[in-house]
Design a protein around this ligand. Structure first.
Ligand SMILES: Cc1ncc(COP(=O)(O)O)c(C=O)c1O
Length: 207
């Protein structure tokens, strides 16, 4: 998930699948960070969960994915909707003409993704890169700053609560201004609707 850098475990996904079935709601799983998992627990896709849930109405399950994170190509605007529901697939196919991907981009990506040797080594390298967040979090730990234990993603969730003068959104904003003044670009927990002031997201992908 963004901003926590953690993945959902199988049990939570099972609970969600059974909840949406009971309430007849649709479940859209954003699996954009699936290829960034660098530590245990390993990634569990909702597609694996529903294999073991024969009662599940698959028409309610949809998966969204994009190459933006794994390949670092957000500018290519290339994503995937994987749905078990024919009506959704048919609608998505029609809608896709409003966001066409250029033939040059398609050709480039098809060559890259069709090269199994490249994709295997690329994913391994990219996981090693994500795991390098430890260098950063260990450095923070040495100066007394802790981060949430994460297993995926391109960022970490940093706990600066001890640095707040008081546990308020205003104090979080004041601290963020100080950090911003020294040209460090981090995002306030408030932007992610965090209920506790003092948490910040640090993106290490471009460090
Ligand atoms: C969880 C999540 N889903 C989807 C996106 C959208 O990615 P894009 O529009 O580049 O495919 C982002 C981008 O930050 C994200 O963090």
């Amino acid at each position: 998930s963004n901003p926590l850098g953690t993945t959902m475990d199988r049990e939570t996904l099972e609970t969600l699948v059974s909840f949406v079935n009971e309430k007849r709601m649709h479940l859209v799983c954003d699996e954009i960070f699936s290829g960034t998992v660098f530590d245990k627990p390993s990634y569990v896709s909702v597609s694996e969960v529903i294999e073991d849930e024969p009662y599940c109405d698959r028409d309610l399950i949809h998966i969204a994915y994009s190459l933006s994170k794994n390949l670092g190509v957000p500018g290519f605007r290339l994503g995937v909707i994987y749905s078990y529901n024919d009506a959704v697939v048919s609608c998505a196919r029609k809608m896709s003409s409003f966001g066409l991907v250029s033939s040059q981009t398609q050709h480039l990506l098809a060559s890259m993704l069709g090269d199994e040797e490249f994709t295997t080594s690329f994913l391994a390298t990219s996981r090693t890169g994500c795991a390098a967040r430890r260098v950063f979090t260990d450095g923070l730990k040495r100066v007394g700053i802790h981060c949430l234990d994460g297993n995926a993603g391109l960022f970490c969730w940093m706990d600066l609560r001890p640095l707040l003068k008081e546990a308020t959104v205003e104090a979080e904003l004041r601290l963020w201004r100080v950090i911003n003044d020294v040209k460090l670009n981090i995002s306030r927990g408030r932007f992610f609707h965090c209920s506790e002031p003092g948490w910040f997201r640090v993106c290490f992908a471009n460090m």
